[in-house]
Ligand binder design. Structure first.
Ligand SMILES: NC(=O)c1ccc[n+]([C@@H]2O[C@H](COP(=O)([O-])OP(=O)(O)OC[C@H]3O[C@@H](n4cnc5c(N)ncnc54)[C@H](OP(=O)(O)O)[C@@H]3O)[C@@H](O)[C@H]2O)c1
Length: 280
């Protein structure tokens, strides 16, 4: 199993946003199977510590690439750092996420453009670069992290949810296109997961009506689905919820997501749009 995984997806895996949470669980899963790792993340100290721990625990090599995935030049930065190493598995995990009104009091269009970069354009650029040699070698894998919010309109997550729909459609489509080349593509559709940011919100008393998975549970489901399904909704409760939402008229499904966001993360009140500020 381990040897087969390494043969199929090695010798190097690249995890974008791999120093913490779900990304860190991907890195552990991959290192346990003997692949060397390139981890891209934005906090130098945390990244270095994570890489050194993976090397000590699993006897692999971990290349730490300190970079912001919102940087428009991210592909050049990553190509320079990877320096020709053969990447057989690409996991794009990082995302810019938030909950609140579309027009926010404390951010403007630049923030939304960063979100488009981190959640759509950077994964597109990395995938475009690293998938081509995988197709030529006729082996490899790509996982794009997505979210159940991308499966229907998701008020108060609006732009984030739209970026997550992008990942689902891109991954599912390429699952089919790359299959003849033996390159596996998966959209991992996570529900509420106790990564550090979410765990901190739960500590503060938010999100009390949600059911949570651990990062390790999400990763183990995703990796079991890679090579089998075009997309995978993690967690039985999330699959059941999604089936229910799918059975509803669209306006009811969208409204149900809004109610969940309001009850769990918006203090029980639909937030107003902040339209008094600057136009950008
Ligand atoms: N957690 C959930 O409930 C949940 C639910 C559905 C889907 N997802 C999806 O799962 C993925 C992981 O989300 P998560 O919140 O759980 O994160 P995570 O896996 O806990 O952490 C992601 C890592 O990426 C880093 N990162 C974030 N933005 C970056 C950037 N611009 N440049 C470089 N590194 C960056 C983070 O650094 P910092 O610590 O500095 O931010 C962190 O180390 C996302 O694609 C998200 O859409 C999560």
């Amino acid at each position: 199993m381990t040897a087969a995984f390494k043969d199929k997806y090695g010798p190097w895996a690249l995890v974008a946003g791999g120093a913490d949470g779900i990304g860190s669980a991907y890195a552990s899963y991959i290192a346990e199977r003997g692949l060397d790792l390139v981890i891209v993340d934005r906090e130098r100290e945390k990244l270095q510590q994570r890489c050194r721990a993976l090397e000590a625990d699993h006897g692999v090599t971990c290349l730490a690439v300190h970079a912001d995935l919102a940087n428009r030049a991210i592909l050049d930065i990553v190509i320079d750092a990877v320096a020709g190493r053969e990447v057989g598995l690409l996991v794009y995990n990082a995302a810019l996420a938030d909950v609140g009104p579309f027009y926010k009091p404390d951010s403007g269009l630049d923030y939304e453009l960063d979100k488009a970069q981190v959640n759509m354009l950077s994964p597109l650029a990395l995938l475009y670069h690293f998938a081509r040699p995988m197709l030529a070698r006729e082996r490899g894998g790509i996982v794009l992290m997505s979210s159940g919010s991308g499966l229907q309109g998701s008020p108060y997550y609006s732009h984030y949810a739209a970026t997550k729909a992008y990942s689902i459609i891109l991954a599912e489509s390429l699952w089919y296109e790359f299959k003849p080349y033996h390159v596996d593509v998966l959209a991992c559709i996570a529900g509420m997961t106790l990564s550090p940011g979410v765990a901190a919100a739960v500590e503060r008393g938010e999100g009390q009506h949600s059911v949570y998975q651990t990062p390790e549970e999400v990763v183990s489901e995703a990796m079991a689905a890679l090579g089998k399904e075009p997309s995978h909704i993690c967690g039985m409760h999330n699959r059941d919820n999604q089936a229910l939402l799918h059975s509803l008229p669209r306006e009811q499904a969208v409204s149900a997501i809004a109610k969940h966001a309001i009850a769990n993360f918006l203090e029980g009140k639909a937030p107003a749009q902040f339209i008094a500020g600057d136009e950008t």
